[in-house]
Ligand binder design. Structure first.
Ligand code: 3PY
Ligand code: MG
Length: 257
C-alpha cells in the first residue's frame, strides 16, 4: 500500500486557499452529512467538542470515503495523545494556545520519528500504517505531517516571530475568541482592537512565508481576512449550522401563532 498523501499540506505550501468547517457534533454519521457539502477540509474538534480517540476514529472512518481533507484539533500539547492521533491516521493537527518557539518545536518533535522527533514506533498496531501494510511508512510519515499552531493570546502574539521561525510549522492559525479574551474583550472578537491584532498577525505570518489561518463565521469579515492573506479559513461549525437552522424553522412556525 502507498503512503497516504497529505493534500492539505501540499495545497497550503502552494499558497492555495482552503475553506473549512469545524465539527463539534463528535459523530461519524453527522460528519457524513457535511462531507459532500463542498468544504475543502473538515476539522474534528477535540478541544471544545466532546471527542475522544474513538469518536475521532469513527469520524475519520466515515470521512475516508469522501474527497475532503480531515484534521483534528487537539485539546492540548500532550505528545502521548498526539502519538495516538497520528497512529489512528491523523496527518494534520491544529494545536491550541501555542505561546513560544519552544512549544512549537516540541510539537514538531511529537509529530516526527527519531532522529528528528520523539514519536514512538508502533506501526503493527497503527491504522495510519495500515498495520504494517504501508510501504516505507516509517521513512515517509514525517514528510506527510502537517502542523498548524494556534496563536490566540497576547503571549502568543509576542512570541509570533519565534514561532514563525520554527521549521515544521506549516501554518499559524489565529483564534479570535481566545485572543479577544486575552486582550480584555471576552466574548467580543469583533472589537476593533481584536480585529486590528488579527489583521496584523495575518500580515506578519504571510510576510514570514507561512500560511495564515483564521476562524471567522462572519462571511464578510472572513473574505476581508482572505484578502489580507489568510489561506486556511474556518467559516463555521456544524453545531452552529444545526442550531441556527433548527431555531429558524421553529421560529418560522411560532411566528404564525
Ligand atoms: C478561537 O477563536 O479562540 C479559536 O480557537 C478558533 O476556533
Ligand atoms: Mg481558541
Amino acid at each position: 500500500m502507498q503512503m497516504p498523501h497529505n493534500a492539505l499540506k501540499r495545497a497550503l505550501a502552494a499558497g492555495e486557499t482552503r475553506i473549512g468547517l469545524f465539527l463539534g457534533l463528535a459523530d461519524g454519521y453527522a460528519a457524513e452529512i457535511v462531507a459532500g457539502a463542498g468544504f475543502d477540509w473538515l476539522l474534528v474538534d477535540g478541544e471544545h467538542g466532546p471527542n475522544d480517540l474513538r469518536t475521532v476514529l469513527d469520524q475519520f472512518q466515515s470521512l475516508a470515503a469522501w474527497p475532503v481533507e480531515v484534521l483534528v484539533r487537539t485539546p492540548d500539547h500532550d505528545p502521548a495523545r498526539i502519538k495516538q492521533l497520528l497512529d489512528i491516521g491523523v496527518q494534520s493537527l491544529l494545536v491550541p494556545m501555542v505561546e513560544s518557539g519552544e512549544q512549537a518545536r516540541a510539537l514538531v518533535r511529537a509529530m516526527c520519528y527519531p532522529p528528528a522527533g520523539v514519536r514512538g514506533v508502533g506501526t503493527a498496531l497503527a491504522r495510519a500504517a495500515h498495520w504494517g501494510g504501508v510501504d516505507g511508512y516509517l521513512q515517509r510519515a514525517d514528510a506527510e505531517m502537517c502542523l498548524i499552531v494556534q496563536v490566540e493570546s497576547r503571549a502568543g502574539l509576542e512570541a509570533l516571530d519565534e514561532i514563525l521561525a520554527v521549521e515544521g510549522v506549516d501554518a499559524v492559525f489565529i483564534g479570535p475568541s481566545d485572543l479577544a479574551a486575552s486582550l480584555g474583550h471576552l466574548g467580543n472578537s469583533a472589537h476593533p482592537e481584536v480585529v486590528a491584532a488579527v489583521e496584523q498577525a495575518i500580515a506578519r505570518i504571510a510576510a514570514a512565508g507561512k500560511t495564515p489561518g483564521i476562524f471567522c463565521t462572519d462571511p464578510a469579515l472572513a473574505r476581508r481576512y482572505r484578502d489580507l492573506g489568510a489561506r486556511f479559513i474556518a467559516v463555521g461549525a456544524d453545531t452552529l449550522l444545526l442550531r441556527k437552522a433548527a431555531a429558524g424553522l421553529a421560529q418560522a412556525f411560532r411566528a404564525e401563532g
